[in-house]
Write a protein that binds this ligand. Structure first.
Ligand SMILES: [Zn+2]
Length: 155
């Protein structure tokens, strides 16, 4: 797929479509369709829908994989480290209270951030026409699985 950039990294053109990176990131972070901003991206907490209910964009080509958890751990880890150090320096908390408190904070922050970060990653992939988000269905450019891959998938 030939991709060209228009006006810097904030706007891309995939085939004949112009796609705004910033809009796609915002819409994804709001758990909405990166193309139209109307349809829901997920059903449940993290399960990506098959397609947009509003514009029909096929979501099945996304490959967010492990990036959203990595980014969530990065953010939550830094927030927790700063919070724990600040509380330890300024307040006298028992160890058990500190463990319980920061466990709840870590869990809530992760549940809050993970779907939003995953949505933003899917928005990024759509904006750059990555994986299955090319101009067509995107799958025609990928080679058919060879015998070794089929054998691996069968196991
Ligand atoms: Zn849509």
């Amino acid at each position: 797929m030939k991709e060209r950039h228009i006006g810097g990294p904030a706007e891309t053109a995939v085939g004949s479509q112009s796609r705004s990176l910033i809009d796609a990131l915002k819409r994804g972070a709001m758990k909405r369709c990166p193309r139209c901003g109307q349809g829901h991206l997920f059903h449940g907490l993290l399960k990506v829908r098959g397609a947009c209910g509003s514009c029909g964009l096929d979501y099945s080509g996304h490959r967010a994989d492990d990036l959203p958890p990595y980014l969530t751990i990065l953010v939550v880890g830094h927030v927790l480290t700063a919070g724990v150090l600040f509380m330890e320096e300024n307040y006298a908390m028992s160890t058990m209270f500190s463990i319980a408190f920061w466990s709840v904070v870590a869990t809530c922050l992760s549940l809050l951030l993970l779907p939003r970060i995953k949505g933003a990653v899917i928005g990024l992939q759509w904006a750059y026409g990555m994986h299955g988000f090319g101009e067509g269905d995107g799958w025609a450019e990928q080679p058919a699985p060879g015998p070794a891959e089929e054998e691996t998938a069968a196991r």
